[in-house]
Design a protein around this ligand. Structure first.
Ligand code: C2E
Ligand code: CA
Ligand code: CA
Length: 642
């Protein structure tokens, strides 16, 4: 025997082992999985044919010329295809295939095609190999060209891996580079020592390293359903974002999953989830299904356009309105289905994960398809939540002051403190938007304390009483009022700044009463007991029980700007006659009840004149000034009326 076939035998065993592992794996739905399978199969066929052809070359007298030829050509074809498949595998692994134009495919395939041309042209050219007398196998002058073409493919693979290295985690980049080097080095050795036959052995080890580093999917599989898990989703989507691959995916979220889990039991639900996964995966050959906790799925169909994905969403909706049967129990689990297009609708990983994490609404009896717009409002809320958190940490909230004019004295009597949030990315975020979010997530306590503290500091540091500013008004949110520590907290801040309770006025919105009335009443009474003046804000917008509100110790009532504007809008157009009557009577009634009355939203001289004629005590609005940052506010009061 001239050739050492021991390495080939070992390679055959390793290839067989890898094929077995691929075969026993649950899911090989991705194109790169298939290409890896082809890659290893070609290795296996190369090893087998190399052994046979080496044997025949060594003992040509034991075979026919045809058999000798057949195994030689077979080996050369499958082995040379390996380097071509290596390039294609790398392209799919990185996710470049969707960006490749037809001519790029042609270019990439040229070396592979040239090798095949050399091989199958050999019977006519005898340039690759020929037989000397007595069937003696001999390399021809073009044999090294075959090596060169393989080298070219391997070099291209390494180039692509390194060029797009950010698309893959470092261990995967390393294992790919090692695998290619494990092909290049032994081929070089074998070029000069053809009898060693070490190529395939090293290649099999290289492929083994890929199997463990890249194709081993244990950590990216959901243990219950065997489908891809959250890690896999993040990995695949990061790749798509990085390679700018447009992609549409469908999210499926079961309504009220926790309830179903407790009602039907975890075991039952696991079966259902498994059935759902199988069904979702069966919706097309190139379908990948990712499973998340809480009965959520994401489905990607490679190569499908938006229209096909819309069709898939519709099929899913229909299926999720039908029962899932297991163990004599058949139950319908309606789901919310959403079509998300990348990069048109979402373009960052955070936005992408939000599409999965966005909670679904109340329990519904039917499945529904929603547009990604519904996710956007939630996404904005989460973004604002994040901005508020950062702003609290970095002390980035600001307080502006809007002067309030006193008709009696004709001067600026006080000012309302209004919180502001400016963000580089989002610009000015209006308090009407972020305060309700802060109320929902509890941040309002910290924001509220900051505003009170900042307003007190501003008043004390600048001795605003010297400017004729009797007090500052601070808005209190419903949630703050429900906290029984609030009065103590405000007193502490005030004491720290050496201010009197009369120098702080607290505005409470009438809708605050819609919450826990008893808690509100306790807080309000306690605050009044400490000597704070209280204003009832936004009067006329809610539907609260006025007799109840009037029983609380408010001294000032702020009529909501909408009441003024419907009587006389900012273009000085008179509104409905009834609106005017409402305004007139509101002011009159409140004054009769001994309240001091503030009108907000005064923008025109005509509105001011109207309010004066009605006997409104104080006015606030753009006519006097918009809310101003502290410095500008000081300047404003210093120069007002001069
Ligand atoms: P609000 O308490 O009714 O405050 C008055 C709002 O009307 C302010 O809006 C003010 O800028 C605006 N405004 C005053 N005069 C005029 C006018 O002539 N024309 C127009 N178009 N608008 C006028 P802003 O500052 O955007 O605040 C909106 C709401 O956010 C406030 O309504 C209040 O409910 C809430 N808010 C603001 N700051 C705070 C705060 O520190 N704490 C709490 N809990 N809520 C706050
Ligand atoms: Ca207010
Ligand atoms: Ca108001």
């Amino acid at each position: 025997m001239l050739y050492n076939i021991h390495y080939d035998v070992c390679a055959m065993v390793i290839f067989a082992f890898i094929l077995l592992l691929i075969y026993t794996r649950k899911d090989n739905s991705k194109a790169s999985n298939w290409l890896f399978f082809i890659f290893v199969s070609l290795g296996m066929l190369s090893a087998v044919s190399d052994i046979i052809s080496s044997y025949y070359i060594s003992y040509p007298e034991r075979t026919t010329h045809f058999m000798l030829d057949f195994w030689n050509y077979f080996f050369l074809s499958v082995h040379n295809l390996m380097s071509y498949v290596c390039v294609i595998y790398v392209i799919f692994l990185i996710g470049l295939e969707q960006r490749m134009r037809p001519y790029s495919w042609v270019l990439v395939s040229l070396p592979g095609a040239a090798s095949l041309l050399l091989i199958f042209g050999n019977p006519f050219t005898q340039q690759l190999f020929y037989y000397r007398e007595g069937h003696l196998y001999t390399h021809g002058p073009l044999f090294f060209h075959l090596y060169a073409l393989s080298f070219f493919n391997l070099a291209l693979s390494i180039f692509l891996v390194l060029r797009f290295k950010k698309a893959l985690p470092l261990p995967k980049v390393l294992s790919l580079v090692i695998c290619v080097l494990f092909c290049v080095i032994p081929i070089t050795i074998q070029m000069f020592r053809p009898y060693l036959l070490i190529e395939l052995f090293f290649e099999s080890i290289g492929l083994m390293s890929i199997l463990f580093a890249i194709e081993n999917e244990d950590e990216i599989r959901d243990t219950i359903t065997g489908a891809y898990n959250r890690f896999a989703f993040i990995r695949d989507m990061e790749l798509a974002i990085h390679t700018r691959t447009p992609l549409t995916f469908v999210t499926v979220k079961l309504f009220n999953f926790t309830y179903s889990n407790t009602t039907f039991g975890v075991q039952y639900m696991n079966h259902v989830l498994r059935d759902m996964t199988v069904w979702l995966k069966s919706q097309g050959r190139r379908t990948s299904c990712y499973v998340f906790s809480g009965g959520r799925f994401a489905i990607v169909q490679r190569g499908a356009d938006k229209e096909q994905m819309a069709g898939l969403a519709e099929r899913i909706r229909e299926r999720f309105d039908l029962e899932w049967a297991y163990a004599s129990l058949s139950v319908v689990f309606p789901a919310q289905i959403c079509l998300v297009a990348m990069p048109d609708e979402v373009s960052t990983m955070d936005q992408l994960m939000l599409t999965i994490e966005t909670p679904v609404g109340e329990t519904q009896s039917h499945s529904e398809i929603v547009t990604s717009d519904t996710l956007h409002s939630y996404q904005r809320e989460v973004l604002i939540q994040q901005k508020m958190k950062e702003a609290l940490e970095n002390h980035a909230f600001e307080v502006y002051y809007q002067p309030i004019w006193d008709k009696g004295s004709g001067r600026i009597l006080c000012a309302e403190a209004l919180v502001r949030l400016f963000d580089e990315e989002l610009g000015a975020i209006p308090p009407d938007e972020f305060i309700p979010i802060a109320e929902r997530n509890g941040m309002i306590m910290d924001i509220g304390s900051f505003v009170i503290e900042e307003a007190c500091r501003f008043y004390a540091d600048n001795h605003l009483e010297r400017f004729g500013i009797d007090y500052l008004e601070v808005n209190l949110s419903v949630v703050q009022c429900m906290n029984h520590h609030l009065p103590g907290l405000i007193r502490e801040i005030l004491a720290k700044k050496g201010l009197k309770p009369q120098q702080l006025n607290l505005e409470i919105t009438e809708s605050a009463a819609a919450g826990n009335k008893a808690a509100l009443e306790k807080t309000v009474r306690e605050l009044a007991g400490y000597g704070f003046t209280l204003s009832l804000d936004d009067y006329g917008t809610g539907y609260s029980n006025y007799s109840y509100m009037f029983a609380l110790p408010f001294k000032i009532i702020k009529i909501d700007k909408s009441i003024l504007w419907s009587a006389l809008d900012c273009d000085n157009q008179r509104g409905e006659f009834s609106s005017m009557i409402l305004l007139e009577n509101t002011v009159r009634m409140l004054r009769q009840m001994q309240y001091r009355v503030v009108a907000e939203g005064v923008e025109t001289v005509q509105q001011k004149a109207l309010l004066e004629s009605l006997g409104c005590d104080y006015m606030q609005g753009y006519l006097f000034s918009k809310p101003l940052p502290s410095g500008a506010f000081l300047e404003f009061v210093r120069t007002f009326g001069k």
